[in-house]
Design a protein around this ligand. Sequence first.
Ligand code: ATP
Ligand code: MG
Length: 231
Amino acid sequence: MDITFKDVSYIYQANSPFAHSALKDLSFHIPSGSFVAIVGHTGSGKSTLLQHLNGLLTPTKGEVRIGDFHINSDKKPENLKELRSRVGVVFQYPEHQLFDETVEKDIAFGPKNFGVSDTEIAERIRDIIPAVGMDESLLERSPFDLSGGQMRRVAIAGVLAIKPEILVLDEPTAGLDPRGQLEIMDMFYTLHQERNLTTILVTHSMEDAVKYADHVIIMNKGTKYMEGSPE
Ligand code: ATP
Ligand code: MG
């Protein structure tokens, strides 16, 4: 699915004294299968932008198109659930959304919610566990008993288990040690390459943007400052 932003503006708490314009007339196009990095200072609107990709936010003005889904100021797409089964989002510190269940149940939560059968979920988990560099022996443990890096992998596995066509990553390596950061980024790159997964990465690391992405968008104060190839 291609992604198109057309003149998108977003105002938090519009029509209130606290109104804050977080995106201003933002336009760009991301072809299916790309690896795009979005960089920019804190507060430049990166997370706000990402939240439009699965219909969490609706533009105050303009339109967001994801494949055949149209998200505009009038409405969210009718089939929001289908959109969310096709756009997987790893939010900042995704492990905060895990439950004190078993790792297996935590990973199964998303696909179950989308009506995927138990046998299919079991198959997906077998496929994902090695892909995220996790040990199968952890499946019966509680994620709360694991290290920070392991918990992060569980949360990521939960998003991958949905089998999204587009993977949206909001600083997925924040707070990990340098080795964990490298392992996780290499994992995302491999997934992108091997599964032709469209990947949208928000990062503070220009190094990662240049290393992994084929296209970079630089945000500044809610607008697109620059975009192009990493070079
Ligand atoms: P960071 O790199 O720190 O994660 P960001 O680029 O992701 O920053 P956003 O979270 O998109 O930035 O925030 C953009 C702007 O919108 C900021 O000025 C922020 O204060 C404001 N903002 C974000 N969420 C809200 C909210 N719920 N209500 C009001 N303003 C908000
Ligand atoms: Mg952010």
